[in-house]
Design a protein around this ligand. Structure first.
Ligand SMILES: [Mg+2]
Length: 160
């Protein structure tokens, strides 16, 4: 079950500080959207805006990789002018490998950020990136299929 274990566990995306990113020489952040950067189907908050400004100031690119539809991703990304891809089919990596090429990202200087071990952490590991797991934002808004996955995650996490 160690296979699903992320390299780092943080409470919230804002715990990923510029000091930490520089220490790990990170240039690209590939991130899940729902429950990672905002509650399910919600827009970005001021904390997100400030965190994004910090990334921009330090030339670190954020690319959103979501299994949700493109319409949802666009609704979130458009106010901030950032790049995001929907229907990414995580944990498969074909689409993301192409995106990495397009944005000029390397596995060694990228992290994969997300709130789910079966999709986000597994995907990041397959891509050879450093993986960061955060606590889900607003779990009360999650669809039932994700609620079931969380229960399975709890079983796996108890074995780390
Ligand atoms: Mg998520």
């Amino acid at each position: 079950m160690k296979y699903f274990k992320p390299d780092y566990l943080f409470e919230h995306f804002t715990d990923i500080t510029i000091t930490w990113l520089k220490e790990h020489q990170i240039q690209h952040i590939f991130s899940d959207l729902d429950s990672t950067l905002a509650a399910h189907d919600q827009l970005g908050c001021e904390r997100f805006e400030n965190w994004l400004a910090m990334l921009h100031d330090n030339h670190i690119e954020l690319v959103i990789i979501s299994n949700n539809n493109q319409e949802r991703v666009d609704k979130f990304t458009e106010p901030f002018g950032i790049t995001g891809y929907g229907k990414a089919n995580k944990p498969t990596t074909t689409k993301i490998e192409k995106i990495m090429k397009d944005v000029g990202a390397k596995s060694e200087t990228s992290i994969f950020l997300g709130d789910q071990i079966f999709t986000d952490v597994l995907c990041g590991k397959r891509l050879g990136m450093t993986t960061v797991l955060v606590q889900p934002i607003g779990p009360e808004h999650e669809p039932w299929n994700i609620t079931i996955k969380r229960k399975l995650e709890t079983v796996i996490r108890s074995q780390w």
